[in-house]
Design a protein. Structure first.
Length: 237
């Protein structure tokens, strides 16, 4: 599954493109925080089975945030957001919601799935497949399968949960230690276990990390240079 670092990296790329010259240090903090919110649901796993990719990974959450923003902005001059942060704050708020959905939630929808409408509807959904043109078969798509051969039971929080950093499971790719004394954990066939803290589980995701760092760093450098140029120009005036 995509790690929180991957989600934040993708969000910073989105924000840099959407905000343009308004992309600054505050934007980085707001966007990163908003995008990381969905992954906080892992902390609820000990008390609510299936909470991960349900409580935070759904479209109800950003929908409520958008309703709250719209209700506030409808107040016009009395809008709390606009009075305190101005037009820039409004733009940043909506950009943060876009990043929450586009970088924090949707990537998990296409990798493993999410409980998209929790708590209104308890069911995990995955959007995955292929779309290509074949000279032999024509257009082929597998995103929508209207006649599955072996329909599987619907995944819900009662019968399914994702592995999280809280889960200690058998170490991947390591055999039972058996009776050997050299293996960690001792002999007697004990199983080595591990907790995984994902950073980048594929090469494509790993590439997002330096790419986002480069784009973010460049944008911040340009913003700082423009600000300094403005100050210098004001002093000369």
């Amino acid at each position: 599954m995509p790690s929180t670092l991957i989600h934040v990296s993708l969000a910073l790329l989105l924000a840099a493109g959407l905000l343009g010259t308004e992309f600054d240090g505050r934007s980085v903090l707001v966007v990163a925080a908003a995008t990381a919110v969905p992954d906080l649901d892992v902390a609820l796993e000990p008390v609510l089975s299936g909470a991960h990719r349900s409580v935070g990974h759904n479209f109800v959450l950003p929908g409520l945030v958008l309703l709250a923003l719209a209700a506030d902005l409808r107040r016009g001059p009395d809008s709390l957001l606009h009075r305190r942060y101005g037009d820039r704050g409004v733009t940043l708020a909506f950009t943060a919601v876009v990043c929450l959905v586009g970088a924090g939630i949707v990537p998990d929808l296409v990798v493993g799935g999410i409980n998209a409408f929790y708590p209104l509807h308890d069911a995990f959904y995955t959007v995955d497949g292929r779309l290509f043109y074949s000279t032999d078969r024509g257009w082929v798509q597998t995103f929508v399968d209207l006649s599955p051969d072996d329909p599987e039971p619907q995944r819900t929080t009662s019968n399914f949960d994702f592995r999280t950093v809280l889960d200690a499971e058998p170490t991947l790719g390591v055999e039972d230690s058996g009776g050997g004394s050299g293996e960690a954990g001792g002999g007697g066939g004990s199983q080595r276990v591990e907790r995984l803290f994902p950073v980048a589980m594929t090469g494509f995701r790993a590439w997002l990390l330096p790419l986002a760092a480069f784009v973010t760093g460049t944008r911040l450098w340009r913003a700082r240079r423009s600000a300094n140029a403005g100050v210098d120009g004001g002093d000369r005036a």
